[in-house]
Design a protein around this ligand. Sequence first.
Ligand code: FPP
Length: 235
Amino acid sequence: MNIPNHIAIILDGNGRWAKAKGMPRSYGHVKGCANLETICDDMKELGVKYLTVYAFSTENWKRSRGEVEGLMKLFRNYLKKCIKISEKNKMKVKIIGDVTAFDEDIQQKIRELEEFSKDYTELHFQIALNYGSRDEIVRGMRRMAEDAAQGRLRPEEIEEETIGNYLDTAGIPDPDLLIRTSGEQRLSNFLLWQLAYTEFYFTDVPWPDFNKAELLRAIDTYNHRDRRYGGVKEE
Ligand code: FPP
């Protein structure tokens, strides 16, 4: 089986999963968070080199105050715990998104985790927090315009690669496979630039129930796709 080098996942369906069990949405997020730990182990075991997950979007602040507070608490705990997980999995962790919107203690935990794990190479794990692809592009293009204005970059030097280098994912190869759980079939402002040639896999399974068997199903489907980059299909 051909294992994708980079898998991206839109973690969706925690709330519905919990509701179906007569439980509060926060219970779904706790289970979703636990599942993230398991899936990292599975990815490492399968030899996936890059994993990027969409955990909190720029739009998610609009959820109820209680839900947002619950998620912040979960992030605090997880970021702390993730130091041990990164050590166990030899996993380099990077947060993508505009982290300046988070409380200072969360930003500090992010810095500590990234610093602690920066030399690991077994699995590169990107967590998108306060992430929106258009916001990422705006932030990147502002920096690029600033570099041009300061004479550090000439407009005629700008290539596709240059733009990629101004995004939060600079240096990270584009995803080969995107998985979205829980039935919705849209990108919700996730990695718009980076997913240009990525294969998409949508499943009805909600994130807390997405396990290794489901992951293997997604990879198997990916293996049966005829991957093309605009070229001629091989006979
Ligand atoms: C989508 O489910 C999930 C979220 C908005 C939050 C994702 C968070 C986690 C998986 C856990 C914590 C993650 C980290 C990095 C610690 P939903 O609430 O939109 O579900 P619904 O569509 O059924 O309402």
